[in-house]
Design a protein around this ligand. Sequence first.
Ligand code: 1HN
Length: 352
Amino acid sequence: MAVATQSADSKHNIQAARQAYYDKAAKFNMAPLWEVLKDLVTPEPKTLCVPAIWKFADVKRLMLEAGDVITAEEAERRVLVLENPGAKGRSRITNSLFAGIQLIMPGEIADVHRHVASAIRFVLEGEGAYTAVEGEKTMMKHGDFIITANWAPHDHGNPGTEPVMWLDVLDMPTINHFETSFAEHFEEKMQKTNYEDGDSFSRYAMGVLPDGLPAARNRSPVINYPYAKMRPILERLKRTGDIDVRHGVRVRYANPINGGPVLPTMGAYLSLMPRGFKGESYRSTDGTIFAVAEGAGTTVIDGKPFEWGVNDVFVVPPWKRYQHLIGDDDAVLFSISDRPAQEALGIWREGT
Ligand code: 1HN
C-alpha cells in the first residue's frame, strides 16, 4: 500500500515538474514536441472531414431562395458553400479544397475579377449562361468542365431565360494555407472577349498546336472541356472494354500541351460506370469531390452507403475506403481532387 501511494505521489510530482517546465518554456515561445508528436506524425492520414452528400433537390430549392434574398451583384458571387460537416465555418469541403454551388439568374452578370486561387466549374442545371475566361466567352451546358487558372480574369453572365447553376471548386484553402492570396477587380464589369466560344479547345486540343508554343506550361490552355465532346469518348472506351475495376471507364482531363493535369493544384476525371457495375474497394490520399452527371448509384464510403442521383455532390475524405455500386442504368461521375499537388510533392498514395 505504501509503495503504491509513493508511486502515485512521485507520478504527480513528475507531472507537476513537467508542467512548471512547460510554463517556463512557453514564456520563450517554446513547447515540448513530445506532448504533441503522436497527433502530428500519425501512422495513417487523419482528417477532420467526414463523408457527406448534398442532394440536388435541397441544393436547388435553397439556391433559388437565395435568388430572392440577394442579387448576384450584391453578393459579388451568389454561392452557397458546401461545408464539410466536420469543418463547419471553415469554408471547405476537404481540407485543401473549397466547393460551392453558384446561381446566376436571367439578366444577371457577375463582374470580372481575378485572384490567385484557381477555380473549376462543373455545370449542373440550366442553359443560356456564359463564363468568360481570359478573353474567351464560353456557353455553359450540363456536364461542361470549365477552368479558370490562377490569376485569369473571369466574369459570368446569363442573357438567357433560365436560372443556371454550377459547382465551383477552388484551391482557396491551399492558397490560404500558403498565405499567398491576392485578388483584384477591374474598372469594367465585363471582359472584352476577343475569342469566340470553343476557341481554346479548337486551338489547343485537336492534335495540332500553334507553332512555336512553349511546351512547359503547368496549366491547360483549354477553357471548356464540353460534355458533348467528352461523353462519346467514354462510350467508345466502354465498347472496347477499357473498364477499371474500381473507377469504371475513366478519362482524366489533360493539359493537351504536355499531358499533365489541367491545373497544378487540382485534377479532374470523368467516369462512366456501366449498369450493374460493382466497383472494387479503393482509397487514396486525395480527398475527392464527386458530382453526378448522369444516372444513379450508391457509393459506400467508410462502410456507410450514400445514394446519389443527377447533380448530387458528394465527398470522400482522404484515405477513406469507397466503392461504387451502379443500378439499372449507366452512370457518369465527374470527380476532382488535389491529386496533382500531392503528386508534385511525391506524397500521393493509393490502396485497396
Ligand atoms: C469566385 O471568384 C467564384 O468567380 C466562385 O465565380 C466561387 C469562391 C470563393 C472565392 C472566390 C467565381 C468563389 C470565388
